[in-house]
Write a protein that binds this ligand. Structure first.
Ligand SMILES: [Zn+2]
Length: 348
C-alpha cells in the first residue's frame, strides 16, 4: 500500500494525531493536490469540536480546508487541470448547477453538501484528493501560505465589504479585530477608504492590530459596559459606525455594536452559534433604518481576488506561525485557549 502522512481526528472533539494513511488516489472528477500550505484556524477548531457536523460516521477524518498546493494528478473526467498547476481550495462542497451557483453565489448553493475536511478528507495531509469543482487558480505572485490565508481569512472579509459596499463614506467597526478575519477585514476596509475602529479585548491583541495596520485603523478597547458609547465617540463626528462587523458572537458586544450604529447603519454577523440569538426591537430597525446583514463565507471569485490582493501586496497576510504535521495538535490546543496571535499555517 502506498501511504502518506496526515493529521487524523479520531472522533469529533477527540484528539489530532499524525498517522500514516492510505495515499488518496483521485477518483473520477477529482484532483490529487500536493498540499503546500493549509491554515490552522479557529474555523477548523470549530469543525474538530463537531461544530459543523458531529455525525460519528464521518470520523476518523483528516480536517483542514484553507489550503493551497500543486496539482499532482487528475482523475477521469477532469479536463480543466494539469499536473503542476498551482491551486487554491474552496471550502464548501457545492453542486455547480443550481441557480445560486450559476449566478456566482456558490456560498448560497441550494444543494450544499457540506465542507472540505468534514464531509470528506481535508488538507491536514501531504496530499488531498478534492473535487475538481473545489479548485481555483492560485494567482502568480501569491505564495502558498498567502493562498491559505486568502481561501477563507481574506475571502470572508472581502465578501463582507462587498455585501455592505464599504467605501470612503464609511466608518467600519470590527469586533474581534485581532482575529484572522478581523485583522484582514480592518486592512481591506481601510484600503477601500473607510475609517476603521478595530475593537478587541486584550492589550497585546490591540497592539498587534496597531502594528499591522495603517493610520486609518484606530484600535479601541471592547471591554466594559460603555463600549457602545466609546465606539460612537471614536467615529469622526460622533455619528457611530455605518458598518459594524461582529466576528466573535459574544451577545454583549453584538448588542453594543447594534446600539452604536449610525443612522442607516448595517450590523454584519459572521458567526454560527446555533444557541445564541439577538432580537432588537422592531422600532430600532425603523428609527435608524438599520439592517442586520448575515454574511456567509465567500464566492469562488472572491477567493481568487483575495489571493490577488495578497499577491499585489495590497493587504498583508497576517500569518505568524508555521507548523509541520507534528505541530498541528499543539497549535489547536493553543487556539482552544485563545493563546494565538495572527494565523497559523501548516506546511506538510
Ligand atoms: Zn449549487
Amino acid at each position: 500500500m502506498v501511504t502518506m502522512n496526515a493529521v487524523v481526528l479520531d472522533e469529533w472533539g477527540g484528539s489530532l494525531d499524525v498517522a500514516e494513511v492510505e495515499h488518496p488516489g483521485p477518483g473520477p472528477g477529482e484532483v490529487l493536490v500536493d498540499v503546500r500550505a493549509c491554515g490552522v484556524t479557529r474555523t477548523i477548531e470549530n469543525a474538530v469540536q463537531g461544530g459543523l457536523s458531529d455525525d460519528p460516521a464521518l470520523t476518523p477524518r483528516i480536517p483542514g480546508h484553507e489550503a493551497a498546493g500543486v496539482v499532482a494528478e487528475t482523475g477521469d473526467g477532469v479536463p480543466d487541470w494539469t499536473p503542476g498547476d498551482r491551486v487554491l481550495a474552496y471550502f464548501y462542497l457545492t453542486c455547480g448547477r443550481c441557480d445560486r451557483c450559476r449566478r456566482g453565489h456558490q456560498n448560497q448553493c441550494v444543494n450544499f453538501d457540506g465542507w472540505l475536511g468534514v464531509q470528506r478528507e481535508g488538507a491536514y495531509a501531504e496530499y488531498a484528493s478534492v473535487p475538481a469543482r473545489n479548485l481555483l487558480p492560485l494567482p502568480d505572485g501569491a505564495s502558498f501560505a498567502e493562498g491559505a490565508v486568502a481561501s477563507d481569512g481574506l475571502a470572508t472579509p472581502l465578501h463582507v465589504c462587498e455585501r455592505t459596499g464599504v467605501d470612503d463614506t464609511d466608518t467600519v467597526l470590527v469586533v474581534g479585530a485581532a482575529g484572522r478575519i478581523g485583522i484582514h477585514l480592518a486592512q481591506l476596509a481601510a484600503n477601500r477608504g473607510a475609517h476603521v475602529l478595530a475593537a478587541d479585548v486584550d492589550d497585546d491583541r490591540l497592539a498587534h492590530v496597531d502594528d499591522l495596520t495603517s493610520d486609518d485603523v484606530t484600535p479601541i478597547d471592547a471591554r466594559g459596559g460603555d463600549f457602545a458609547e466609546r465606539a460612537r465617540e471614536a467615529t469622526r463626528f460622533g455619528e457611530g459606525p455605518t458598518v459594524a462587523v461582529d466576528t466573535v458572537g459574544d451577545l454583549d458586544t453584538v448588542r453594543a455594536a447594534w446600539d452604536a450604529l449610525a443612522m442607516g447603519g448595517d450590523l454584519v454577523t459572521l458567526t454560527t452559534h446555533h444557541e445564541r440569538s439577538f432580537a432588537p426591537q422592531l422600532a430600532d430597525f425603523v428609527v435608524k433604518e438599520a439592517s442586520v446583514v448575515g454574511s456567509r463565507y465567500a464566492t469562488m471569485d472572491q477567493v481568487v481576488r483575495a489571493a490577488r490582493l495578497l499577491a499585489d501586496d495590497r493587504v498583508d497576510a497576517d500569518y505568524t506561525t508555521t507548523v509541520g504535521l507534528d505541530g498541528v495538535a499543539d497549535y489547536h490546543a493553543a487556539l482552544r485557549v485563545g493563546e494565538t496571535h495572527g494565523m497559523g499555517v501548516l506546511e506538510p
